[in-house]
Write a protein that binds this ligand. Sequence first.
Ligand SMILES: Nc1nc2c(c(=O)[nH]1)N[C@H]1C(S)=C(S)[C@@H](COP(=O)(O)OP(=O)(O)OC[C@H]3O[C@@H](n4cnc5c(N)ncnc54)[C@H](O)[C@@H]3O)O[C@H]1N2
Ligand code: MOO
Length: 418
Amino acid sequence: MPEMISLEEARQLVLSKVRPLPIESVPLHDAVGRPAAANLASDIDISPFAHSAMDGFALRADQIARASGESPVELDVIAEVAAGDVFEGEIGEGQCVRIMTGAPLPEDADCVVKYEVVGVVSGEGKPGGRVSFSAPAKVRSNVREAGEEARAGEVVVRVGEVVGSAGVGFLAGCGVTSVPVHRRPRVAIVSIGSELVEADQVPSRGKIRNSNAHALAACASAAGAVAVRLPIVEDSLEALQAQIKRCASEYDFVVTSGGASNGDFDFIKPAIQGAGELLMATVNMRPGKAQAFGLVDGTPVFGLPGNPAAAYLGFEMLIRPALRKMQGFSNFERPRVRARLASDFKKKDPRRIFLRSTLTKAEDGSYVVAPAKNQSSGLFGVIQRSNCFAIMPEGLESREAGSLVECVLLDVSEDVAI
Ligand SMILES: Nc1nc2c(c(=O)[nH]1)N[C@H]1C(S)=C(S)[C@@H](COP(=O)(O)OP(=O)(O)OC[C@H]3O[C@@H](n4cnc5c(N)ncnc54)[C@H](O)[C@@H]3O)O[C@H]1N2
Ligand code: MOO
């Protein structure tokens, strides 16, 4: 196993060890935000029939071809057709049908003229009355055609396409009421550390609240997974090894935090090695150099570092892509923009540094990025108040204010093109 690998190598390694999970069928509403696991077809034409796009009068365009302001054309209103009804009679010369939005276009009509441009001659434009037209209309104007969006049997959502809220409506119209999707991964969240107490406790001296478990569970849910927070594990190799072995048999992915470094009480690496196979230990990034990954009985086990910002970044960069792949997503990169640095940055660590930063848009439309003053890897609040990571590439090259840096946007979907 190499000593330290790049973030790209680490991501490839983790991605190579996971596959899309088995397919299940979920009710249409539960498919929102998830990639379809099969092509989905409509059972009918969409729209099912040609219908009026306006409240007005249905007629044949040639009936009013010579209409003008000086010599309007008058027609008798012979019937009224509402949405849900069907008019099956004939429309003779000199006649038209009052029609509502959504009502099927009568067989004999080829256009609809909306109320607003029609004059009422008698009978309030209702059946038995008479109306006048002072301009011609185009054939098929104000008509929504049958099969405009899809034909019966046509694939309307392709495999891999992420179903949006509008897609849910589209599929409902197509008669698709359940959608095959890849099962959501079940992720075990295990916090390691004898110093930890649960968030509802007030820590005594030397103890600290287990905030990582909550953040990582939230990250897992945001990635579409089902997160289960498990009890804190003390710094003991035996206890940790037993817990990851148990989790590996019950979950699709195991995430631990803490104990990933080389301290006297850091046990995740030997625990993975003892229970299975350790494939990775350190990644060339900051925060979060210590990133352990391996397989236990075929299940991916990821040992994040204990420092909150380091754990968060490791999850974002290395675990989130894997959880997405397991659900059939194909984009694994959060959107990035290039921004001008708001202040000088002196690079003292050759690792690739992800600066917790705030991105804003200047008046000329360009982006400006301001790194937070406190870049300690022990802080969650700084990330809560940031909206991106500004990336300082490997090496020791410092950057001056105004120079362009690449920024990864936080909490913006990989499927968004910016
Ligand atoms: N000699 C060295 N020591 C350390 C190095 C190093 O290169 N040489 N790297 C430091 C860095 S950077 C990090 S990051 C940590 C990573 O090590 P661990 O994964 O073993 O982290 P822990 O020691 O377990 O914890 C670090 C820190 O985070 C707190 N913590 C742990 N778990 C949680 C949790 N669930 N919720 C909130 N906070 C947590 C813990 O109390 C520590 O303060 O190693 C450094 N050391
Ligand atoms: O790996 Mo540590 O997080 O650089 O802070």
